[in-house]
Design a protein around this ligand. Structure first.
Ligand SMILES: CC(C)(COP(=O)(O)OP(=O)(O)OC[C@H]1O[C@@H](n2cnc3c(N)ncnc32)[C@H](O)[C@@H]1OP(=O)(O)O)[C@@H](O)C(=O)NCCC(=O)NCCS
Length: 295
């Protein structure tokens, strides 16, 4: 094979990196999902746009964390990462299916992890790909299996939730405080991106504080709270935004967050497992449901 060149990602690379990411995850699903499952589908345009917006934002805040690999001037892989308050996070990582298993992923991960060399704590949301898992184990990560709950929500099952309200940019300081208490590092400018992409619900009472970002169909995207009761109330509030005819997913639930399983089961959702929360130098955050790439 020709020489592999690993170089910093540039803004003009981002749309191609998004397509590369979509292709590598589609092939992964085709390779690993049980045959009894519905056929894997292409990433829908709305999610692709969010990926591009998030990655352009990372290029502004963390240019040293974002890399591409080229062979004969053709992009064959990429890794994007960020550093927030001495925590390093791998945001996204992929190599074209026909170039996998030849060491390109290792070179990309090494380059991205250099960005976090001053960080004692590291986290990433790992796919079920044995190649990815092997890379992360060799890089010193511990794997925490993740559950997810899925199904439609019967509105008759929704409890009355008090002490929550719609959130806004004025809540970023509060959310950063909750992040520091739960995850050990604030999301800082990532909250501005999340606010543009999702709806926000906040709890700010003497009994507990927290927040949840959810998509238009009620699936939580990131949730943090100072106690389990507040976390459960916020999760119910996200589910209340769901359409009874559209599936919701409560994803990225580690064993440290049984309160989320309790809510999902009470909402009559089905429980499955998928992928890992990979951590170095820290325990699984709780009460917390991480974002897949901004963690
Ligand atoms: C994860 C990914 C980026 C790694 O890139 P890559 O170029 O394949 O990685 P590398 O070749 O450097 O490393 C793969 C490792 O897995 C091993 N491997 C290859 N095929 C394997 C298989 N079928 N099962 C288990 N291990 C395998 C390789 O030998 C190598 O280990 P080694 O360095 O000890 O020899 C790439 O496989 C990918 O895009 N996967 C699909 C998307 C994905 O899962 N992204 C990560 C999201 S968290």
């Amino acid at each position: 094979m020709s020489e592999v060149v690993v170089r910093p990602m540039r803004p003009e690379d981002v749309p191609f990196a998004e397509r590369l990411s979509a292709a590598s995850f589609l092939e992964l699903d085709q390779r690993t999902l049980p045959r009894s499952w519905p056929d894997p589908v292409e990433r829908p345009p709305g999610r692709a746009e969010k990926w591009v917006e998030r990655t352009l934002s990372l290029l502004r805040t963390d240019p040293g964390g974002c890399w591409v690999a080229e062979v004969d001037d053709r992009m064959v892989g990429y890794a994007t990462s960020l550093e927030r308050e001495l925590m390093w996070i791998l945001a996204s990582y992929g190599v074209l299916p026909d170039a996998q298993g030849r060491g390109i992923g290792r070179q990309l991960l090494d380059a991205a992890m250099q960005h976090g060399r001053g960080c004692l704590r590291m986290m990433l949301s790992a796919s079920q790909d044995p190649r990815a898992v092997r890379r992360y184990l060799l890089a010193g990560f511990r794997m925490h299996p993740q559950m997810y709950l899925t199904g439609t929500v019967d509105r008759a099952l929704l409890p009355v939730v008090e002490k929550t309200r719609e959130g806004s940019a004025g809540d970023i300081d509060l959310m950063n405080s909750v992040d520091r208490q739960t995850r050990g590092a604030a999301h800082l400018s990532d909250h501005e991106v999340l606010l543009r992409q999702y709806a926000l619900v906040v709890a700010d009472a003497h009994t507990g504080s927290g927040y949840v970002y959810h998509d238009a169909f009620g699936s939580p995207q990131l949730l943090a709270a100072t106690n389990r009761r507040t976390a459960a109330a916020l999760l119910w509030e996200a589910l209340a935004a769901s359409d009874p005819l559209v599936n919701v997913d409560i994803a990225h639930v580690t064993a440290a967050n049984p309160w989320a399983v309790d809510v999902g089961v009470a909402a009559r959702l089905d429980l499955h497992t998928a992928g890992y929360l990979a951590l170095r130098g820290m325990k699984p955050p709780a009460p917390y449901l991480h974002h897949g790439s901004l963690l």
